[in-house]
Design a protein around this ligand. Structure first.
Ligand code: SAH
Length: 352
C-alpha cells in the first residue's frame, strides 16, 4: 500500500473521487460508491463502506474523510440547535441548524474567529485563529443534516469569520454543497462585511448565490465606528462594487443592517439609507441588535423598528426585519463559544 499524504476527501467532486480510487488500483465505479457513502450515508471512516471489498476497506483506515466531532450542542425552545464542533487541531467552531416550517437552514462558519473586529459582534471580540479548509465547511452542513435527520435546504455563510477573506475554500465548499450535497445555489447566501475588491472578484465566478452585505450604517462615519475595517473602504466604493455584482450576476444584493438604539436607528438614518439605495436592485434586512456581554449597545424598541421600516417602505425600498432565532441557547451570532469558554459547566452532559 503506497503511503498517502492526502487532504481529507470531504469536498471532493465525483470526478476527483473517481480519479482517486483509480490511483488505488480500483475500478472507476467505486468512485460513485465512495461519493454516495461520504455525502449521502455520511460515513465518518472509509472502513464503514461495506460496498467495498473487506481487504481494501481495511487498508483505508488512515485515509481521512474530514468529519469533525460535536463538542457541545444547545437546543433552543424554537427548535434552533447550536453546535460547537471540534476540529482536528482542537479548535472550536460554531454551526447553527435553524428549522423554519419546511426549511432547514444551516448557518456555517468560514474561519476560526474573525479578524474584522466589528464592535457589536461576539466573534469579532475573540480575535482570529485561522481559515477553515473546504472539508471543515462542508462537514458543518453534513453534521446538521445528520443530526436533524432531515435534508438541509438552505445555507447562510453567516457564522464565524469573513467568507471573502477565505474565498478559495469558500468557493470550493459552495461547489461541493451545490453539486455533491445538492443544495441549490439560489438557496445559498454569502454574507460579507466587504473587503475592497473582493465583491468584484466574487462576482467574476458568476454564481447564482445571494450576496448579503453587512452595511449596518447609513454613512461612512457611523460605519467606521462600528466596523473598524471599513476605514480604508469608503461607503461609495462598497456600494459601487455591489452594483457591479448585480450587473455581472443579475442577482439582487441583500443589505444587512443591525439596528442599534440611538446609534443608527433614527429617522434621519432611514432617510439617508434610502437615498443610497434608491433604484438599486436590493433588499434591506433589518436585524434588531442581539445583545452581547462584551458591548453595551441596546436593541431599539418595537416602535423605533417599525418607524425605520415605515420610512424605507415610503421610499420604495424593499425591506424585511429578521429577528434572531435561538436566543435562549445563545445560538445567535457567535455567543455560544464565548459562553461555553467562560462557564465551568461540564460539556459531557450536553455532548452528543
Ligand atoms: N463576516 C460576515 C459574516 C458573519 S456575521 C459579515 O459580517 O457579514 C453575519 C451577520 O450577523 C452580519 O450581518 C453581522 O453583522 C451579524 N451580527 C453579528 N453580531 C450581531 C449581533 N450582536 N446582533 C445582531 N446581528 C449580529
Amino acid at each position: 500500500m503506497p503511503k498517502l499524504n492526502l487532504p481529507p476527501l470531504l469536498g471532493a467532486s465525483l470526478p476527483e473521487l473517481t480519479a482517486w480510487v483509480q490511483t488505488q488500483g480500483q475500478p472507476s465505479y467505486r468512485g460513485k460508491q465512495l461519493h454516495d457513502w461520504i455525502y449521502y450515508k455520511g460515513v465518518r471512516s472509509l472502513t464503514e463502506i461495506t460496498a467495498f471489498p473487506k481487504s481494501w476497506r481495511e487498508q483505508l483506515s488512515h485515509v481521512p474523510i474530514g468529519r469533525a466531532d460535536i463538542h457541545y450542542k444547545a437546543i433552543a425552545t424554537d427548535g434552533t440547535i447550536k453546535y460547537l464542533l471540534r476540529l482536528d487541531d482542537g479548535q472550536i467552531i460554531e454551526t447553527v441548524g435553524i428549522p423554519i416550517d419546511n426549511r432547514l437552514t444551516v448557518c456555517v462558519s468560514t474561519q476560526v474567529g474573525c479578524p474584522m473586529a466589528c464592535d457589536f459582534c461576539a466573534t469579532g471580540k475573540g480575535g482570529f485563529q485561522r481559515n477553515l479548509a473546504r472539508h471543515e465547511i462542508v462537514d458543518q452542513v453534513l453534521t446538521v443534516q445528520q443530526d436533524f435527520q432531515r435534508r438541509v435546504s438552505h445555507i447562510v455563510f453567516m457564522g464565524m469569520g469573513e467568507p471573502l477573506l477565505n474565498l478559495e475554500q469558500v468557493l470550493a465548499a459552495i461547489r461541493s454543497l451545490n453539486q455533491d450535497i445538492g443544495i441549490g445555489a439560489r438557496n445559498i447566501t454569502v454574507s460579507t462585511v466587504g473587503i475592497p475588491g473582493r465583491i468584484r472578484q466574487f462576482a467574476q465566478h458568476h454564481l447564482q448565490v445571494t450576496l448579503a452585505v453587512s452595511l449596518h450604517a447609513s454613512n461612512q462615519t457611523i460605519r467606521e465606528q462600528l466596523i473598524p475595517s471599513a476605514r480604508p473602504y469608503p461607503l461609495a466604493d462598497l456600494l459601487n462594487e455591489c452594483r457591479e455584482y448585480v450587473e455581472i450576476t443579475g442577482r439582487r444584493v441583500t443589505f444587512e443592517y443591525i439596528l442599534l438604539a440611538g446609534v443608527n436607528d433614527l429617522s434621519e438614518h432611514a432617510h439617508e439609507l434610502s437615498k443610497h439605495l434608491r433604484g438599486f436592485q436590493s433588499h434591506v434586512n433589518l436585524i434588531p441588535y442581539n445583545p452581547i456581554s462584551e458591548a453595551d449597545y441596546q436593541r431599539p424598541s418595537r416602535d423605533r423598528i417599525d418607524n425605520f421600516v415605515k420610512i424605507l417602505k415610503q421610499q420604495h425600498i424593499a425591506v424585511s426585519v429578521r429577528y434572531s432565532r435561538g436566543l435562549d441557547a445563545d445560538a445567535a451570532c457567535g455567543q455560544l463559544r464565548a459562553t461555553v469558554n467562560q462557564s465551568s459547566m461540564s460539556f459531557r452532559h450536553s455532548q452528543k
